[in-house]
Design a protein around this ligand. Structure first.
Ligand code: FAD
Length: 426
């Protein structure tokens, strides 16, 4: 049993949706393209799962957040795919791939062949078991990567109103979930091993602003320690957690956000990997010329920093997907991918954007006791990164534009004095 397509997108997440839209813009005939996804629904904007989806009032539900609504483009509902002759093969896991033969084998036993393959398998949530803690399959322990996880979290939240939640991990999943739990009137403790939240991006000064804000909403931070074991009731439900520092926290609900691992396993030994992802060139093309990789699973050259990186951000997924399609359909017209890393988060009344690289010295500006402030990172005499909380649309645009230019900074104190005025003036 088998089917043949010219183009196959493996994975039905954010990157898949944006790639599909680009295929239709550049021209694809009915029946030429298919998307194979383990998830039972058409591609959607994954960031919604830790934001609008978890709200107690008027929560976001599909079809409202199918791609590409996050970039204010068309919203690609199942009907849209049908109208454009794009085959959606949903609820279907690919269990093996043969890049020499250009075939994929599904768990249902179907062989699907392609001329061009775009790998968009994203990543999976790391599990506590991988860190030696067992029991995270209990009914009130939640991870958050896909719609099924988010639906489960909503159900557990509804039965935990007024109760206690423990959030394991201080990254963006932990921070965004903690905010949603508070909004759902659940008492939250956040536990993480680092000295401050968002350890990979925030400096201690930036982190302290957000931690103080969260504390004002009742969140309890337990830092510098990790979970050592769960405590269960006779029905197998978690009732509390023991921490390595010897303390105990009661829990009606546990949310775990301890990082992700890219889904590369189908291609290990067949394609070159780097930095945990599938290595691609500036055309998003892997070590096999018929195979492209985009989104969270791809390690691509970030031209502006002259090195290969793997990014776990929605904007990178959207733009790399578009670029790969352009490189496949219009190879002559498509330049090397030139991407400026961009990451954002929105919780409570807070909203920040970050562009570039957080290396070198951080120079702060704005009012850290108010609602708008930021930082620049200056490395080897150049501005390489910018962070802004509470900016206007124009201000975010300005920090992005200036960061891309990597301007020479001769005088750090002058940059500090000018603050946001530095980018607005340029
Ligand atoms: P994904 O969107 O993860 O899609 C991968 C798809 O591949 C899935 O459908 C999966 O089921 C499928 N798949 C995998 N293996 C197989 C297989 N063998 N067979 C069939 N199908 C398979 N980024 C930001 O910049 N800002 C945010 O605020 C933000 N919030 C987020 C909130 C949450 C809750 C999550 C989980 C992520 C968030 N992100 C955010 C990150 C962003 O969503 C990801 O970077 C983006 O989804 C990556 O897109 P992708 O297409 O590469 O992977």
């Amino acid at each position: 049993m088998g089917r043949a397509f010219v183009y196959v997108i493996l994975g039905g997440g954010v990157a898949a949706g944006y790639a599909a839209l680009e295929f239709t813009k550049k021209g694809v005939s009915h029946g030429e393209l298919c998307i194979i996804s383990e998830e039972p629904v058409a591609p959607y904007e994954r960031p919604a799962l830790s934001k609008g989806f978890l709200l107690p009032e008027a929560p976001a539900r599909l079809p409202a957040f199918h791609t590409c609504v996050g970039a204010n483009e068309e919203r690609l509902t199942p009907k849209w795919y049908k109208e454009h002759g794009i085959e959606l093969i949903l609820g279907t896991r690919v269990k093996s791939a043969d890049v020499r033969r250009k075939t994929l084998l599904t768990a249902a036993g179907e062989t699907i062949s392609y001329k061009f393959l775009i790998i968009a398998t994203g990543a999976r949530a790391l599990r506590l078991e991988e860190f030696g803690v067992s029991g995270s399959d209990a009914e009130n322990v939640c991870y958050l990567r896909d719609l099924a996880d988010a639906t489960r979290l909503v159900n557990v939240m509804q039965t935990s109103a007024g109760g206690n939640a423990v959030v394991i991990g201080g990254g963006y999943i932990g921070m965004e979930c903690a905010a949603s739990l508070v909004i759902n009137k659940i008492n939250v403790s956040m536990v993480f091993p680092e000295a401050h939240c968002m350890g990979r991006l925030f400096t201690p000064k930036i982190a302290s602003y957000y931690e103080e804000f969260y504390k004002s909403k009742g969140v309890n931070f337990v830092k510098g320690t990790v979970l050592s074991s769960f405590v269960f009731n006779p029905e197998g439900k978690v009732t509390g957690v023991n921490l390595k520092d010897g303390s105990y926290l009661p829990a009606d609900l546990v949310v775990v956000g301890i990082g992700i691992r890219p889904n590369t396993s189908l291609f290990e030994g067949q394609l070159t990997l780097e930095k945990g992802g599938i290595k691609v060139n500036g055309r998003l093309q892997s070590s096999n010329s018929s195979v492209y990789a985009v989104g969270d699973v791809a390690s691509f050259p970030v031209k502006i920093f002259g090195e290969i990186r793997r990014l776990e951000h929605v904007d990178a997924a959207r733009k790399s997907a578009r670029h790969a399609v352009s490189a496949i359909l219009e190879p002559e017209k498509t330049p090397e991918f030139d991407y400026l890393p961009f990451f954002y988060s929105r919780v409570f009344s807070l909203s920040w954007q970050f562009y570039g690289d957080n290396t070198g010295e951080a120079i702060y500006f704005g009012d850290f006791s108010g609602t708008s402030f930021g930082a620049y990172w200056v490395n080897k005499g150049h501005l390489v990164g910018s962070f802004l909380e509470g900016g206007s649309k124009e201000e975010y645009k300005a920090i992005a534009k200036v960061t891309r230019l990597k301007p020479v900074i001769e005088d750090l104190s002058e940059l500090e004095r000018q603050g946001l005025g530095f980018v607005v003036a340029l």
